[in-house]
Design a protein around this ligand. Structure first.
Ligand SMILES: NC(=O)CCC(=O)C(=O)O
Length: 310
């Protein structure tokens, strides 16, 4: 049955205000100690209706398997291409966002916390690569607009320029959920260690990166970056890619992965459509950090992380 979409604008504004008010304190949360996460490596096609059905079923299946936190990939409702972004874009705050309506309804129906990968978002005359976060009542808790756009040129291998169509987002996104405090990045955002450090400094327990690496950088950098962000910050890291679609112009690397705070791989896969599961035990954060107290051992007299957003 259809669940009506909550009044997203008001809720989002209230949530942003609440987060801004608490931003300077970052009081420790009483989080769940253990969370089962499902990472859905979806097959993405040029058919938006089919993509929505695929995502909905994957979320329902994940919830049926007991997952409380469900993650979707970058650009799961459209092919990853500058030609597609304007055509598939939706006004997330608007009344008729097919993707947001579906996500909100299925989060409420299944009772999961949903990190809804990303979709192209239209806002005025701009487009963003945007991740929506829903709580178990289907309310939009936050949205992260990709901060670092994927503009690269590796001659003979890959050239991509997201900035041809997309604008970059305003800043980091920390969101308190029933599944813990989460820091959100999208794909290329994972390459910038300061963002992850900032999330860790704000008490995030998990860093979540919907992403779609490619066949050149994916084999060398995808897992390396996820494990690097995990080991540097002694934190859980989740990456979620679309499955590789041979008929797509952009071949995604796949290999969605969950990494623990000792940089250990908790779950991973290759490039086919699948959902992987992991149990994240947040007590491991304290354990790893007390075994090896990197934060205390840092030479704060020599260097510092400058958070310009608070
Ligand atoms: N969608 C992206 O941001 C791709 C990032 C990527 O492939 C990389 O190498 O970085």
């Amino acid at each position: 049955a259809a669940v009506s979409r909550p009044r997203i604008v008001g809720r989002l504004v209230r949530s942003l205000v609440a987060r801004a008010a608490g931003a300077s304190t970052y009081a420790p949360l009483p989080p769940p100690q253990k969370v089962k996460v499902a990472v859905c490596q979806l097959n993405v096609t040029a058919d938006k209706t089919q993509n929505l059905q695929t995502a909905k079923k994957a979320i329902q299946d994940a919830a049926a398997q007991g997952a409380k936190l469900v993650v979707l990939p970058e650009m799961w409702n459209c092919p990853y291409s500058n030609d597609s972004f304007p055509t598939y874009a939706e006004d997330i705050e608007g009344a008729n966002s097919l993707s947001v309506d579906m996500l909100s309804a299925v989060a409420a129906e299944t009772g999961v916390t949903l990190i809804a990968g990303s979709i192209p978002e239209r806002c005025g005359d701009r487009l963003y690569n945007t991740c929506c976060v829903f709580n178990s009542r289907g309310e939009l808790l936050a949205k992260h607009r990709k901060v670092h756009l994927f503009d690269i040129h590796i001659p003979g291998k890959i050239t991509f320029k997201e900035s041809l169509t997309l604008s970059s987002g305003p800043g980091p996104t920390v969101v308190d959920t029933e599944a813990g405090r989460l820091g959100i990045g999208i794909c290329y955002d994972i390459r910038f260690p300061e963002l992850a450090q900032l999330y860790a400094a704000r008490g995030c327990q998990v860093l979540i990166f919907p992403g779609a690496f490619n066949m050149t950088t994916g084999p060398v950098h995808w897992e390396l970056l996820a494990r690097a962000r995990a080991v540097d910050n002694q934190i859980f890291v989740i990456t979620c890619s679309p499955a590789r679609n041979p008929s797509s112009s952009y071949q995604a690397w796949g290999h969605s992965t969950v990494v623990g705070p000792f940089a250990e791989i908790l779950a991973t896969t290759d490039h086919g459509p699948t959902t992987i599961y992991a149990d994240m035990d947040y007590s491991q954060l304290e354990e790893r950090r007390s075994n090896m107290p990197l934060v205390l051992q840092k030479r704060h007299d020599l260097y510092a992380l400058l958070d310009k957003t608070v």
